[in-house]
Structures are given as structure tokens and as C-alpha cells.
Design a protein around this ligand. Structure first.
Ligand SMILES: [Cu+2]
Length: 150
């Protein structure tokens, strides 16, 4: 019994000692949907894996006045979109996919059209279990894909 307690304590200590500077969040296959002149909003999509678990709490991009983390869900027959309260949960080691019809990074108040084959800077802010924030800077390619209805 005593030994068990010690082992548990040691495991806990290891978790806490894990260096905060290590990049523990990986973002893959990011893309943002093209937009035309006058269009106010578009979505960015990607696969995110947080090795130690984290939350995606916010984002920003110079091309958009407002950036939010959104989810789309069916409510009855209607697809509804809303901001994710308290950040998007990224369970440890599990890849969370942001995709059309589901979670996405919403870019609003677009300042210009986003043409195909251009790239945009996108900063994502993650929060770990202890509440420490880290940023990931991305260069996201602009691509076309089936419209995600808004
Ligand atoms: Cu949205």
C-alpha cells in the first residue's frame, strides 16, 4: 500500500516537471477556405494533437478583424454554429480534427479576399492543464472545398 502511494506520487511529479518550453501541440493539414471580395467570413481547418492535453482557447490573424473557435452542430434539422465555450478540448495524444461541418477557426470581418494558393498567417493560443498559455504561429494555405454553410 505504502509503495503504491510512492509510485503514484513519483508519476505525478514527473508530469509536473515536464518542461513547459517543449512544443507539445502539433498542427497538421491546416487550410483556410477561399473567400471572395466582400465576403465577411471564412473558416480555417486543421488536425491538432496535444501530446499532454490542452485547450485551443483563441486565435488571431491579420486578415480578420475577429477570430473565434466555432463548432457546428445539428439542432433538429438545422445546422447551427456557435463559439466553443471555454476553448476546444484537446485530449492528450488524441488528434482532434477541425473540418467543415464541425469545429473550425472562424475568421470574421475579413479585410480582403483570400484567393486560392495564397497563404495567411494564423496564430493559435493553447492553454495547458495548469493554465499556462502557448502560441503556435502558422502559415496557412488558402484552398477551395465544399461550402460550409453559414
Ligand atoms: Cu463559424
Amino acid at each position: 500500500m505504502k509503495l503504491k502511494t510512492i509510485i503514484a506520487a513519483a508519476a505525478l511529479a514527473t508530469t509536473f516537471i515536464a518542461p513547459a518550453i517543449a512544443q507539445t501541440v502539433e498542427v497538421k493539414d491546416a487550410w483556410v477556405r477561399t473567400s471572395v471580395q466582400g465576403q465577411k467570413a471564412t473558416g480555417a481547418f486543421m488536425k491538432i494533437t496535444a501530446k499532454d492535453g490542452a485547450k485551443l482557447v483563441s486565435g488571431s490573424s491579420p486578415v480578420a478583424g475577429v477570430t473565434e473557435i466555432h463548432e457546428m452542430k445539428m439542432e433538429g434539422d438545422v445546422m447551427k454554429m456557435r463559439a466553443v465555450e471555454g476553448g476546444l478540448d484537446l485530449p492528450a495524444g488524441k488528434t482532434v480534427e477541425l473540418k467543415p461541418g464541425g469545429y473550425h477557426v472562424m475568421l470574421m470581418d475579413l479585410k480582403a479576399a483570400l484567393p486560392k494558393d495564397s497563404t495567411i498567417p494564423l496564430t493559435l493560443v493553447f492553454k495547458d492543464a495548469k493554465g499556462a498559455e502557448s502560441k503556435v504561429e502558422l502559415k496557412v494555405p488558402v484552398a477551395t472545398a465544399p461550402m460550409h454553410s453559414h
